[in-house]
Design a protein around this ligand. Structure first.
Ligand SMILES: Nc1ncnc2c1ncn2[C@@H]1O[C@H](COP(=O)(O)OP(=O)(O)O)[C@@H](O)[C@H]1O
Ligand SMILES: [Mg+2]
Length: 423
């Protein structure tokens, strides 16, 4: 349990810096609770109203209003909130009366914690002692039991795979899951490659010569009918349908978050399962697919940098209000030998993993040849575990509803999980 004197913090900044701040504050979760994040200037006041934080960590220039108006507005929606201004400069004089303290964006975790305490009024402005800030993760959250996640009837179960670091096996997991879930039935599963600049799922499924990509769907805005979708999707092993990433990075930039919403909606109506592969960074478009996900699988390899990225992502998802039951950690051995055991990684993460995937030297050739390991080596331990992971995700009721023919257009049933009233 968190102590009584935990300081509740809302962070308002660009998403990349928020992830960095969460990483810095991660050792101090027993004293600082990041209760929310605002990654768009227009959402700062709304989030402050929703979360009623003790401290708003605000990057200078991030709020939309003139500062005096902003301060008045903040005071009216969340009177107890004090502002910690994060600045690009090293000089940390508190320039404005509406801020309680300031800190450099390059500050380390201990310094950031101290500034939060000063802003909260727990420490005097001089800084005081740096006391009792040792990490104490003994109360780390225990993973809740795995519950079946059920998609609303009439549309696909949407599974998003993500890792904050490249090379952890995210695309390997996404492609193998999609092929397993497709199970040889056309229209059962689709893979959407949202790694818009450097997506390689098409090559991993041997459809890299298919000409049409997600950029061709984005060009149609909201107007995506099933015939158009059918044209743009490639067909790979086990009849999996693939919405490939554009062939060049510039084209990837033409796909914006609103496009992804329409694309996901259309794809989810036409399949029982949609697996989404993502890039190794978070932007508005990745947030959009997190929002639509029934399951988020965080793929982690056995090295500390990847594990730290996963920990920061778990904190981010929590701060965004994503139901922890929907988030699962997949441990993947990308090397034959590691210095860590599964328990070590789980201890750092503060939760158990869904599954542990073994190293298999045949992964590389399988990816290069465009034949996923579940097809190339179905008896391998890795393939068995990937199938077990697919079984964890498969939800028969949703399958019955949408298997076979594309269903008639129905009102979209997505819930805005990140919007007002989400928890
Ligand atoms: N279980 C595994 N066994 C052996 N090699 C693996 C395994 N998982 C991933 N790899 C290796 O890691 C590389 C990166 O995988 P990839 O799925 O492209 O990662 P990401 O999408 O996270 O960047 C692969 O090319 C492969 O060489
Ligand atoms: Mg990848």
């Amino acid at each position: 349990m968190r102590g009584e004197n935990v300081i509740r913090v809302l962070i308002a900044d660009e998403i990349a810096r928020i992830v960095g701040d969460l990483e810095k504050l991660e050792p101090y979760t027993d004293v600082v609770d990041v209760c929310g994040v605002a990654h768009q200037p227009s959402a700062v006041i709304e989030e402050a109203w929703l979360r009623q934080p003790d401290v708003l960590v605000l990057h200078e220039g991030f709020a939309e209003l003139p500062t005096a108006d902003f301060a008045a507005h903040l005071g009216s929606v969340s009177p107890a909130t004090r502002v910690l201004l994060m600045t690009a400069a090293d000089a940390l004089a508190v320039a404005d009366s509406w801020t309680a303290a300031a800190v450099s964006e390059s500050a380390g975790g201990a310094e950031l914690l101290q500034a939060i305490r000063i802003a909260a009024g727990v420490l005097p402005p001089s800084g005081g002692r740096r006391d009792a800030t040792q990490p104490d993760n003994t109360d780390a959250a225990v993973e809740p039991g795995q519950r079946g996640i059920r998609a609303p009837r009439g549309r696909a179960t949407v599974v998003v795979t993500f890792s904050g670091k490249g090379g952890t096996g995210t695309s390997m997991v996404a492609t193998n899951l999609a092929v397993t879930l497709a199970d040889g039935a056309g229209g059962r599963a689709a893979l959407v490659d949202v790694d818009l600049q450097f997506g390689d799922a098409a090559a991993m499924l041997h459809v890299e010569n298919h000409l049409l990509s997600i950029a061709d769907l984005a060009a149609h805005g909201d107007d995506i009918d099933t015939a158009l979708l059918d044209d743009v999707l490639a067909t790979g092993p086990a009849e999996v349908r693939i919405l490939r990433a554009p062939s060049s990075p510039e084209l990837g930039e033409t796909v914006v978050a609103a496009n992804l919403r329409s694309i996901m909606r259309a794809t989810a109506k036409a399949h029982a399962f949609v697996v989404v592969d993502t890039p190794s960074h978070i932007d508005e478009r990745v947030l959009e697919v997190f929002e639509l996900a029934d399951r988020v699988l965080l793929v982690t390899s056995y090295n500390l940098s990847a594990v730290r990225g996963t920990k920061a992502t778990l904190l981010l998802l929590e701060a965004l209000g994503v139901d922890p039951d929907r988030v699962g950690v997949v441990l993947n051995h990308t090397r034959p030998r590691t210095n860590y055991r599964r328990e070590d990684i789980e201890e750092i993460l503060g939760r158990t993993s869904l599954i542990d995937l073994p190293y298999d030297p045949r992964v590389d050739p399988s990816l290069d040849s465009g034949t996923p390991i579940v097809v190339a080596q179905p008896r391998s331990e890795l393939a068995r575990r990937l199938v077990a992971l697919a079984d964890l995700i498969a939800v028969p009721a949703a399958v019955e509803e949408v298997e076979g023919e594309l269903p008639a257009p129905a009102p979209p049933v997505y819930r805005r999980r990140f919007s007002l009233g989400r928890r």
